[in-house]
Design a protein around this ligand. Structure first.
Ligand SMILES: [Zn+2]
Length: 251
């Protein structure tokens, strides 16, 4: 009888944790809002908003531009440029979400006590059931110290690497060795500031063994690579998933 009650409670807890209506069991839910902006929901329901550039993002669907719909547990900012942070302060203020980013960058936000989760490459912080690792990125960030990428480590051991804005660099091999990313949100924007899609493809070939690759940060502005260039460079790889802004995929 007692055991029955315990198992019923366990089943209830398990059910709440893993079979909520908004989330398929054990799935990582990734929604592309356009450019480098993603919403990632962990299997346990932790919601992370990556590089929020929404209201003035030419690629963000109109239905996603109302900032009041965003109530993340944390906002992750890879660096201080407007196309990664434009709506971060407003959403942080309205929602109370934690702000995760490079130590000196996050200091530039106006946040309540304890709302900042500052780090640097090699470090990690925890939000809900997700451990967020800070990794290097080869870019700039002024004001804000330095650019970073993030590796999200989920409770089931799987990992998602958001490269942030970057060119290819040799220490990507260490990111693979240490974190073995299963899903990579891959900078493929080209132009003067980031790696071309062909070089993004080379980075994958040379350094990583992911299950899924989602190219991002292209097609937003004329200066960036377009969809055809990304398709040409990366489309032949069966692991590449080309998303459209507004799409949600589950992994
Ligand atoms: Zn950018």
């Amino acid at each position: 009888m007692r055991l029955g009650l315990l198992s019923a409670i366990a089943a209830l807890c398990f059910g709440v944790a893993f079979h909520g209506p908004a989330q398929a069991a054990g799935k990582i839910k990734v929604t592309w809002i356009g450019h480098a902006t993603f919403e990632v929901v962990s299997p346990g329901g932790t919601t992370l908003l990556l590089d929020p550039f929404i209201t003035k993002n030419p690629k963000a669907p109109a239905a996603m531009k109302d900032l009041s719909r965003y109530k993340p547990d944390a906002i992750l900012v890879t660096h201080s440029h407007f196309d990664h942070t434009a709506d971060a302060q407003a959403i942080a203020t309205a929602s109370g979400a934690k702000v995760v980013g490079a130590s000196d960058h996050v200091r530039s936000f106006e946040l309540a006590k304890g709302q900042d989760l500052r780090g640097n490459p090699g470090g990690k912080v925890k939000v809900g059931d997700v451990t967020i690792h800070f990794v290097p990125a080869m870019h700039s960030s002024t004001p804000g110290g330095r650019p970073v990428g993030f590796v999200l480590e989920f409770a089931d051991g799987r990992t998602l690497y958001d490269t942030g804005d970057t060119g290819i660099f040799g220490d990507m091999s260490l990111i693979q060795e240490i974190h073995k990313p299963n899903i990579i949100l891959l900078q493929a924007g080209g132009g003067p500031f980031n790696q071309d899609p062909e070089i993004a493809a080379l980075a994958i070939k040379k350094f990583f063994k992911p299950d899924v690759i989602v190219p991002m940060h292209y097609g937003t502005f004329p200066i960036l690579a377009g969809a055809a260039e990304v398709e040409k460079a990366l489309g032949g790889d069966k692991r590449v998933k080309i998303m459209q802004p507004g799409d949600t995929a589950e992994f």
